[in-house]
Each structure stands twice: as C-alpha cells, then as structure tokens.
Design a protein around this ligand. Structure first.
Ligand code: FAD
Length: 279
C-alpha cells in the first residue's frame, strides 16, 4: 500500500500585545508543534511597529527548539536600520526571513529608502549573502495595488531575481487562482516553491474585514452561506472546516509544495484541518 507523502507545513503567528496574549500563544504553539511544522513565522508590523514583539516571539520559538522565520517589512525603513536589524536577527540564530514591503497605516508618509519588497530582498542578499533563506509574498488573486496582473507577476519575478528562495501566497479560497499563478510563474522560468497560504475560517466578520483589506476574494457561495449563519458560531466553524479542508485537498492533489497556515494565534482550526488531511 502506498502512503500519501506528508506535505510540509508552516505556521504563522502575530506578536501578542499583552502578557496574557504571550502566555496564551505559548500554549497554542505547544499544541501546534504536534504538527511538526518546518518552521513558524512571526509577522512584523509595517514601520517597525511590532518590532520588539516580533523579535521576542521569534526568540521564544527558537528557544523552544523550533525553526523560526521573522517577517521583515521595509516600508519607511532606512538601510541603516535594516542593516542593524539583520545583524540582530542573525545573532539570534534566525535563518529564515519573510521579506515584505508592508503597508503603512493611512496618514503615514512612506519615506524610507526602499520602495518595493524586491529592493529589500536585493539589499538582504548584498549585505548578508546566503545567511538567510528568503521567503517573499505572492498574490494568486493579484495584489490590490498592482497596475495589472502582468505587472504584478513581473513584480513577483523581480523578487525571485533579487534572490528569494521560496514564496508564500496571500490566502484565497479558489484553488484555480493558485494553479493559474503557479503556471504563469513557471512559464517565466520561475522554479522556486510557491506555498499556498491557508486561512482557516473561524469567524465571518473577521474574515470579511481582513479580506476587504488585503484583496483576498471570498467566493459568493461562501460569503452568502457565512452571512446566512449569522451569529451561529458553531455552524460557521463547521462549514469553515469543510471548505478549507477541501481547498487543502485540492492544493495537495495539484502538487502544492506545502501549506502555510495563518493560524491567527489559535490552534483548534489548524489542528482539525490537518487531522482531516492526515498530516
Ligand atoms: P511588493 O512585492 O513590493 O508589491 C507591492 C505592490 O507593488 C504590488 O502591487 C506590486 O505589483 C507592486 N510592485 C512591486 N514592484 C514594482 C515595481 N518595480 N514597479 C511597479 N510596481 C511594483 N504585512 C506586514 O506589514 N507585515 C507582515 O508580517 C506581513 N506578512 C505577510 C505575509 C504574507 C505571506 C503575505 C502574502 C503578506 C504579508 N503582509 C505583511 C502583507 C504585505 O506587506 C502587503 O500585501 C503589502 O501591500 C505588499 O507587500 P509585498 O512584499 O508583497 O510588496
């Protein structure tokens, strides 16, 4: 009997803002480590707003014996501060970065010495050679500020050319968007792994809010069903688990090189989806 090979997993957290949040995340991580993720990543507020929380959470993950990736956004940053932070991350033992442009809250002027994530990737390579594995973001449903789908694909290619090793996508609920993106990247000769980002569905309002902000599309049939559930949290969770497990099955069957879970500092949904997937 042949077994389905295990698909590599990674899990993303955000830095908690309170001591209670730090403790809760510690427990959540212990539960999720049962999935044996390849690495856990920690988001980084654009403009360095969560820098201390990000680095502290990364330090905790490393101390727990897991591989940690620090997200790193460059909007508004200077080369001097990025150089300093890279040195600090290297000294901490971080081997993997998720290199991003980031988004400043409205009202903040961008400033800084980097325009795009590709500038940051190039700078990291210039400054640190191959000290870090560099992940970059990819957008199967097109980044909301892109001039066109073609220019967004070129922007992705520029990050790869600048030295990215691997990519993680924005979340989506339409597997075709992912497969189409991968085929287009492939046609440009891009061979790095493009790992789909998976957002479990646990709350309707939170999902709508995030999706409006980041341009991820909630297909009509999912949106209408979530709306129809109203405040019925149990039905939303049950439906969300079915939808997202199904999506993961399609991605795995279609050859996705891994799954990156946006766990939102919660364990239950990610654990249940992975249990159903048998991984
Ligand atoms: P870029 O790749 O620089 O692209 C940004 C826009 O500029 C796109 O529209 C692109 O088409 C366009 N563009 C790029 N290069 C050029 C060029 N040369 N000429 C013209 N247009 C160009 N945000 C955070 O603040 N913190 C995080 O920790 C974080 N983690 C994330 C993790 C993942 C996996 C993903 C998918 C997103 C994450 N984000 C995070 C959100 C991300 O910062 C935003 O989506 C941001 O708007 C774009 O970042 P980027 O790195 O994709 O930018």
């Amino acid at each position: 009997m042949t077994e389905t090979p295990r698909i590599p997993l990674s899990i993303e957290f955000f830095p908690p803002k309170t001591p209670e949040g730090v403790e809760k995340l510690r427990l959540v991580r212990q539960q999720l480590y049962a999935l044996k993720p390849e690495f856990c990543s920690v988001t980084f507020g654009a403009g360095g707003s969560t820098q201390e929380g990000t680095f502290n959470t990364v330090r905790d993950i490393l101390a727990e014996g897991m591989a940690a990736a620090s997200h790193f956004s460059c909007i508004g940053a200077t080369k001097a501060t990025v150089r300093e932070q890279l040195a600090m991350l290297k000294a901490m033992g971080v081997k993997r970065l998720v290199a991003l442009r980031g988004d400043l809250p409205s009202g903040y002027g961008a400033g800084g010495e980097f325009h795009y994530a590709s500038d940051l990737v190039a700078f990291i390579r210039e400054e640190t050679g191959n000290d870090f594995l560099i992940e970059v973001a990819a957008y199967p449903e097109i980044h909301p500020q892109a001039k066109s789908p073609a220019s967004d694909l070129q922007a992705f290619a520029a990050k790869v050319k600048a030295g990215a090793n691997s990519a993680i996508t924005q979340y989506f609920y339409n597997a075709d968007a992912y497969f189409h993106f991968v085929a287009e990247a492939d046609a440009l000769g891009i061979t790095i792994p493009v790992v789909p980002g998976i957002m479990p569905i646990t709350s309707s309002t939170q999902l709508m809010r995030f999706s409006d902000a980041c341009g991820a599309e909630i297909p009509r049939w999912i949106r209408l069903r979530l709306q129809a559930f109203g405040d019925d949290a149990a039905s939303i969770k049950a439906f969300g688990l079915d939808v997202v497990t199904d999506l993961c099955e399609q991605l795995r069957a279609g050859g996705a090189p891994g799954l990156h879970f946006y766990a939102m500092n919660q364990s239950a949904a990610t654990l249940e989806i992975c249990r159903r997937l048998g991984c």
